[in-house]
Design a protein around this ligand. Structure first.
Ligand code: NDP
Length: 513
């Protein structure tokens, strides 16, 4: 029996029935759109067709065996095809599944040995269709695709989507970029599907790869915050000796206050969770090896290309990489002893609890600040000096607003961040915004942050993201750094020349008196 069940005309074809795609279809349908679901593996479409037939949205959701069939039922003009499939890493795989789908041709898989070719999307979409890439695509790939679509006269949007499978169903944060004309066609549909926070958590963020760039920076911030939260839980457990009940209490208090946000909520919930199979605390049965799909690596790579410091994000990435060497770490733990610089004094327990909260807050602010620094730098970049990349302008206050709902990094901090950019769109660093300066610049707060890092270091426990964040603050607020020595070294071995404090110009050389 064919899985193609189509009746009349549809607003949208959604290709890719993974957890994100199928829930996104339900979301669009609940918002009154008529949507067709298609997937490479036809058995998945079959399963989806059976499930959705039992749901209240059944009459608005069709399924098709191939994209070609689906496109024949798309409204024209004004219809859209949204792809939500696995993205490629442009370094290891310059041409990926999304490029095949759009420009070369895809396949419909009926079984291991039965694959049928489907023409490229560009050759089968009706005139006036908007093509949307909603995968986590690398911004540089999106830029290339924008150019290709523009050359063919096809309207294209590359959009970030954040919120996981639940967000896709109930309302994610959506970060569309690309053709403004395309957004004028599909903007209403996307905004209706998005979460709400002072309006829809979806806005046209900018030309070209802007949408995927904003999403990628979001992922970098996510890495930083997740790592900092993990470090605080670990430190309080290992140093203070809090059990899961105690940890949950401390985290619940922070989550209910200025640290609140989705990542804190799910971490707090994890602290209270028991494993169904063993009854043990779930965190005790989860292996300490964090996976990654590479988006944090992309954020760091692009930050370095843009010349933006992202120590919190890079530390989080490196911590995940280090965690992946489980066997090596276990072996090393048996051969390299941990010598601490004295035992932790139990009388200082309460001080460390306060320190934990401030250190975590500081790292969170640092992660957002580095992300927004990247956004600001990319927005003002000269595309001619960046291989044509970063040809877009971003409204930072609006980015903060659309991250306030639906997305993984939604948090209480985004209100003052938005306020800071509304007050001063050119703000060089969030650390200088009055709201954050009051916290991060205050003596008690800084002492607590330092106390946390000192304690972890003295006890021999890693605190990558929180220490990197503190170094970020200290580097940023230091008027004279030791980079004078770097200049002297570079001139000595490479005759690179240096600048002086007392004269204008470059290219001075070491001339010992
Ligand atoms: P996956 O990233 O696991 O991708 C699964 C989907 O991709 C399936 O429909 C699969 O088809 C399809 N697919 C994989 N390889 C190919 C290929 N070569 N050609 C055609 N189709 C292919 O699923 P998710 O739903 O988690 O994510 C979808 C996209 O959304 C990804 O780009 C992801 O990065 C992004 N995203 C995911 C989020 C999440 O929380 N999961 C959040 C935000 C964005 P088949 O069934 O045939 O294998």
């Amino acid at each position: 029996m064919s899985v193609t069940r189509l009746k009349g005309e549809y607003d949208l074809v959604l290709y890719g029935l993974g957890v994100m795609g199928e829930n996104f279809i339900r979301n669009f349908a609940r918002n009154g759109r008529r949507v067709i679901g298609v997937n490479r593996t036809v058995a998945v479409t079959e399963r989806f067709a059976r499930e959705v037939a039992q749901e209240e949205i059944a009459d608005r959701v069709g399924t098709a065996e191939t994209l070609a069939e689906a496109c024949r039922h798309l409204k024209s003009p004004g219809g859209a095809v949204l792809a939500m499939i696995k993205a490629n890493d442009p370094v290891v795989e310059p041409w990926g599944p999304i490029d095949d789908l759009f420009f070369k041709g895809s396949v419909a898989r009926y079984g291991d040995d039965d694959r049928r070719n489907v023409p490229a999307l560009v050759d089968i979409v009706p005139e006036g269709t908007v093509i949307i890439d909603a995968a986590n695509s690398h911004p540089h790939s999106t830029k290339r695709r924008c150019q290709e679509f523009a050359r063919r006269g096809i309207l294209f949007i590359g959009t970030g989507v954040s919120g996981g499978s639940e967000g896709a169903l109930k309302g994610p944060s959506i970060m569309p970029g690309g053709s403004r004309e395309a957004y004028d066609v599909v903007g209403d549909m996307l905004e209706a599907a998005a979460a709400r926070a002072e309006g829809a958590c979806c806005t046209y963020v900018g030309d070209n790869e802007a949408g995927h760039f904003v999403k990628n920076v979001h992922n970098g911030i996510e890495y930083g915050i997740m790592q900092a939260i993990s470090e605080v839980y670990y430190g309080l457990q290992q140093v203070v000796g809090l059990d899961y009940e105690g940890l949950h209490e401390v985290f619940a208090e922070m989550t209910g206050g200025s640290h609140g946000g989705y990542l804190m909520e799910i971490s707090t919930a994890a602290l209270a969770m028991k494993d169904a199979a063993t009854g043990r605390p779930v965190l005790d049965v989860i292996l300490d090896r964090a996976g990654q799909k590479g988006t944090g690596k992309w954020t760091s790579q692009m930050a370095f290309d843009l010349g933006v410091p992202v120590p919190t994000i890079a530390a989080a990435l490196q911590a995940r990489i280090m965690s992946s060497f489980k066997a090596a770490r276990v072996a090393a733990s048996e051969r390299l002893e941990r010598h601490t610089s004295g035992a932790f004094d139990a009388a200082e327990r309460d001080q460390l609890l306060w320190a934990a909260a401030d250190a975590l807050y500081g790292a969170m602010v640092a992660a957002y600040d580095q992300g927004f620094w990247m956004l600001r730098e990319a927005s003002g970049a000269e595309p001619e000096q960046n291989n044509g990349l970063y040809d877009f302008t971003l409204d930072l206050a609006e980015v903060a607003r659309i991250w306030k709902g639906g997305c993984i990094i939604r948090s209480a901090l985004l209100d003052p961040i938005r306020e800071a950019y509304l007050t001063d769109p050119e703000l060089p660093s969030l650390l200088l915004a009055p709201y954050f300066k009051q916290a991060v610049g205050c003596a008690r707060f800084q002492k607590n942050w330092r106390y946390w890092v000192c304690t972890m270091v003295s006890q021999g426990l890693p605190c990558d993201a929180i220490a990197a964040s503190l170094n970020y603050l200290d580097t940023y607020r230091t008027a004279r750094l030791p980079a004078n020595m770097i200049q002297a070294q570079r001139d000595t071995f490479g005759e690179h020349g240096f600048e002086r404090v007392d004269r204008e110009g470059k290219g001075f050389h070491l001339e010992p008196a």
